[in-house]
Every structure is written in structure tokens, then in C-alpha cells.
Design a protein around this ligand. Sequence first.
Ligand code: GLU
Length: 440
Amino acid sequence: MFNNNTYKYSNFICFDAELTNSNFTQKSTPWEMALQQLKKAADLLNLEEDIREILSHPQREVQVSLPVRMDNGKIKVFIGYRVQHNNARGPYKGGIRYHPNVSLDEVRALAMWMTWKTAVLDLPLGGAKGGIVCDPKTLSQGEIERLTRRYAYAISGIIGPYEDVPAPDVYTGPQHMAWIMDTYSILKGHLEPGVITGKPVEVGGSLGRNDSTSRGVAIVVAEAARKLNINIKGATVAIQGFGNVGSNAAIIMAKEYGMKVVAVSDSKGGIYNKNGLNVDKVLAEKEKSGTVTTYKDAEKITNDELLTLDVDVLVPAALEQVITKDNAEKIKAKIIGEGANGPTTPEADEILYQKGTMVIPDILANSGGVTVSYFEWVQNLERLQWPLEQVNKMLEQKMVKAFNDVYEASKKYKTDMRTAALTVAVSRVSQAIKLRGIWP
Ligand code: GLU
């Protein structure tokens, strides 16, 4: 409805991911995992204690109570968060997720990852994340709108085009962004499109934003294949998660890169056909029945089985911590392109690195979304609209440059791509902090 790209949504909401956290084998929390990753990169960089101390603490954390009049006439209070991790390089930037498992710990980790993501891509932005604890599948459209507007009102004092610019994340999409922009604009007394990105194109969204995360994943997977001498045309790929990121990745990889999509999944399970799935037909099935699992021309598999299929490329495009020490050894893919945020635990990272699997980390692999968000923000500030070709070309240039920066760092520090990406990001953010200094 709101996108100009290949995939049309039957629903008014566009989902960024579709799995539940049911298969968590959680040892450390996401925030502990983020701190562990930071420490590894900081050690390699010999980062001074002062900077580590600053980076280990989000600059601001806000929790809000959101009273919402439900359709049955009763008031229900929801809890929302906005965590602003760092703004040394520019306004805070990062999505808002709606999920029953949202917690302050998770939002905090996601906010830190956004700081690294914008820095790896060398965007003049910082990192933040927001979330509301709710199950959007049980809410009506009216309830979701009231909840979203109440959240926008509650955080209106700490967001803004030069302060903090939210965007979509899990279970939020263009329509939510339009409501937030509208609420914020009413409060300010004038239209302010630059307060949020990922908006419908009709109200200031950028062309190409909707499938930009998936396009970015495809771009860096193709770069990785080049480095590993794998022919991307005909390479097999399994994609976990069939929300906005997973489904658009399937389309772009199959149609633009000639890859063979052999498996996809959603929260109900997965499907596999070693000869390749017809992605258009799988999409049509998902639109019709709400799940890919009813697609006929394929074998049924579980989400766990999908991860260990014999494929060239694996794209986890759902939620955190699905690749763990329990299944990492069994993974056969040569390249993992992390469409989701935080899908691989640090223990699994170590196992995969020893095995020689190239893991393109989330902060690089899925940064196409925030990169086009950045383009959208620039267009909004200038009151311009760029053609789709320009957006996609600039996205490709940014992603290829970032991939190569990280690849070089992995050679320089003799480390895995995640730690390499973190060294690139942490050193850029640290430089900004040092140059700006601490005041007052
Ligand atoms: N939620 C997306 C992410 O995790 C997009 C963030 C943005 O565009 O600001 O990267």
C-alpha cells in the first residue's frame, strides 16, 4: 500500500520480523552480549578506560507509561522505552519495536548496536532504540494508533529532527511512522517530516526505504561471495523470518542477484525445496494464508532445521540469539548475512570463526535500512525527493565501502568480521568523543 517497490503488503502494517523468541537459549542478556562485544573490540584497539566507561553507558534512558482507551472502553496501561546510547557523531537514530518480549535490557543493547551501525556506515548520526511492550497481533488498528500516538506524545520532548530520529523496527512500519510524525507535528504547530524516517512515500518517505534493509543484505552478501570466490549467481540461500526484511531479501536475491532461495520460514515454521522456491508464489501464499508453511511445492521444516541446511548463504532475518553454541557447529553455510539484530551469540561467533564461516554482522549487514533512513532525513531537511535510482546507487556505494572498511580491519586485526566492524565503529565514535571533549 505504501511502498513503490516490488512487494505489496496486503496489510496496512509492514512487519520487520516475524518470529517469536520461543527458541531462545539465553545465557547472557542482549545488553550483556553487547557489552561483551564492545570489550573485545576495545581490547583490540587498546581503548582508554575513560572512553570505555562512556561507551558502556547509554546517555539517556526513558521509560513511559502509556494509558490507552481500548475498544472495550477500558483503559490499559502499556510500558514504552526510548534509550539514547550516543550522539557524539550526530542526532540519535534508531527504530521502535512493538513486541511482547521488549525489555529495557533489550532496548539498551539495540541502542548501542545502532551507535555502531551508523558509525560503520559513516553516517553523521548516533544510536538509539525504542520499544513498547505489547502484542500487536492482539490489538485492533484503532488501539495501535492510539498507543502509537500516546507513545509519540510521551517521548516528544526528547525526539526531533536534530535530537533523535526514530524509525520502524520489529512489527512497526510506515503507517506508525506517519502517526508519530503527525502527533509530533501537531504538538509543534508545523509539519516536521524530519522527526522520523521510514514514512510512507506520500508524506515524506524516501523511495527505496521499504526494501533497503534487504537490499543492503544482498549487497554485502554479494561482496562476501566475491571475496570467497563463490559465484553469487546460482548460490543457494536459506532465509529465516519472512517479515519485511526476509521477504524482500528473498525477492531481491532471487530476482536481482540470480540466487537460488531454497528455504524460508516464519513464526509457524519453514519450507524447503532444494531446487529453489518460487518466491512470488511463496509471497502470494503468505498473503493468502498468513504463513509460508501452507505453500505446497516444498518440504516442511522447522526454524531450527533451516539454520543448519546445506546452503551457501544463511540469512537470519528474525529476532536475537537464534544461532547459539548449541547449533553453531552444525551450520553449513559459508556466509551468514545477519538481517536481524543480534541473531548470533558471542559463543556461536567464536565457533563459526574457527570453522571459517564468514559472518557479516548485523551492524554491517542490515544497515541498509538506516542508511536509506539517513537519505530520507536529508531529503526531508532539504524538502527534496530523490529518484529511486539515486537512492539505490548511493546505498550500494555506502554498503560496499563499509564492507571493505570492515574486511580490511578483519585482516589488520586478524579477527572475525563482527569484531572488525566494531573496531571500525568504536574507533570512529571514540574519535568524535575525544575531539569534542567532555563539557561541562
Ligand atoms: N530499525 C532499523 C535498524 O535496526 C532501522 C533504523 C533506522 O532506520 O533508523 O537498523
